[in-house]
Design a binder for this molecule. Structure first.
Ligand code: ZN
Ligand code: FE
Ligand code: FE
Ligand code: ZN
Length: 278
C-alpha cells in the first residue's frame, strides 16, 4: 500500500466559489491529517473578463473577495509553518483577448502557484452542469466542443501565464468523446507544454465525475510522459474530505508509467517532490 504522506495536493477550492464546501483552514487540516507535505489553496479567480453584473456567485468569488482570500491563505501559511506547507494559489481561467488583464491581476498578489484552466469557450462553459444539454445534442456538437477546447488550450499554454494546466482533457467530464481523438491538436498542446515548460496536473477529480477516470486519460498521460512534461498531483477538492482523494492510485499509475517525481511551486518557482513506494 502506498502512503499519501509527503505528497502535495496542488488544487483545492473553498466556500468562496459558491459551489464548494468548507473554509480553507478545513482543507489545510485534512492535509495535516493525511501527512501531506504541502497543500495549495487554488480557488477560482473572479470573472475578470466579464462586467461585474455578469458575476455568477455559484461559479467564482466576487472581485471584492479576492484580497481577503489572499490574506486568509497567507495567514494559514504562517499558522501552519512547520506542520504543512500552505501554498497561495489561484485557478485562473484563460480567456482569449483578456490576457493582459489576467497578467495584471496575477502580478498584484504573491501567488505561489497559478493553475491555468480553459472552462470558457467564447460564452460556453465546458464543464458547468448547465452545459450538459449541449453535449446531449449529438456528435456534431461534441466534436465542436472538443475541437475548440484543444485550440483554446494551446493558446492558453502559449501565453506562459500558468505554472500548471488543470484538468487537461476537461470536455470528457460528462462522458462525451469525439469519434476519433484530435491527435494533431493534442500534439500541438504537447508542443506548447514542452516549449513553455508548463506542468500538467494528474487530477483525481475525474473519478468523482460521470466519466469516472482521472484527468488526463491514460492515452494522453502516455504521450505526456513521452514528451517529458512534468506533473503535479491534484484532487481539485471541493470539500475538505476530498483533499488527497485517490492519490494512492494516482501515484501507482505514475510509477507504472516510469514517472519518479512530481512538482510543487513556491513563489512561482518549481521544486521537486520525489515519488517512492513505501
Ligand atoms: Zn470549482
Ligand atoms: Fe477547473
Ligand atoms: Fe478547480
Ligand atoms: Zn477545477
Amino acid at each position: 500500500m502506498l502512503s499519501t504522506s509527503g505528497l502535495a495536493d496542488l488544487h483545492t477550492h473553498t466556500f468562496r466559489c459558491g459551489h464548494a464546501l468548507g473554509h480553507e483552514e478545513e482543507y489545510v487540516e485534512k492535509a495535516v491529517a493525511l501527512g501531506l507535505a504541502a497543500v495549495a489553496i487554488t480557488d477560482h479567480i473572479p470573472f475578470y473578463w466579464l462586467p461585474p453584473q455578469a458575476h455568477d456567485p455559484t461559479l467564482a468569488m466576487a472581485s471584492e473577495e479576492l484580497p481577503s482570500y489572499v490574506e486568509s491563505v497567507l495567514a494559514l501559511k504562517e499558522k501552519y509553518r512547520g506542520t504543512v506547507e500552505v501554498l497561495l494559489g489561484i485557478e485562473a481561467d484563460y480567456v482569449e483577448g483578456h490576457e493582459e488583464k489576467l497578467a495584471d491581476l496575477l502580478e498584484r498578489y504573491p501567488f505561489d502557484v497559478v493553475l491555468g484552466s480553459v472552462h470558457w469557450l467564447d460564452g460556453l462553459w465546458v464543464d458547468a452542469p448547465s452545459s450538459l444539454r449541449l453535449y446531449q445534442q449529438g456528435a456534431d456538437q461534441v466534436e465542436a466542443i472538443w475541437e475548440k477546447y484543444w485550440q483554446k488550450l494551446e493558446k492558453a499554454i502559449r501565453t506562459g501565464l500558468f505554472d500548471i494546466m488543470a484538468h487537461l482533457d476537461l470536455p470528457k467530464k460528462f462522458g462525451f468523446f469525439p469519434e476519433k481523438p484530435f491527435t494533431d491538436l493534442e500534439s500541438r498542446v504537447l508542443e506548447a507544454l514542452a516549449v513553455t515548460g508548463t506542468a500538467v496536473e494528474v487530477s483525481t477529480a475525474g473519478r468523482r465525475k460521470p466519466v469516472g477516470e482521472d484527468y488526463p486519460s491514460p492515452a494522453l498521460l502516455h504521450r505526456l510522459v513521452a514528451a517529458g512534461v512534468p506533473f503535479v498531483l491534484s484532487s481539485d477538492a471541493h470539500a475538505p474530505e476530498e483533499v488527497g482523494f485517490g492519490f494512492q492510485e494516482a501515484v501507482s499509475r505514475l510509477l507504472a508509467f516510469g514517472v519518479r517525481e512530481t512538482l510543487l511551486f513556491r513563489q512561482r518557482q518549481r521544486a521537486v517532490l520525489p515519488l517512492r513506494r513505501e
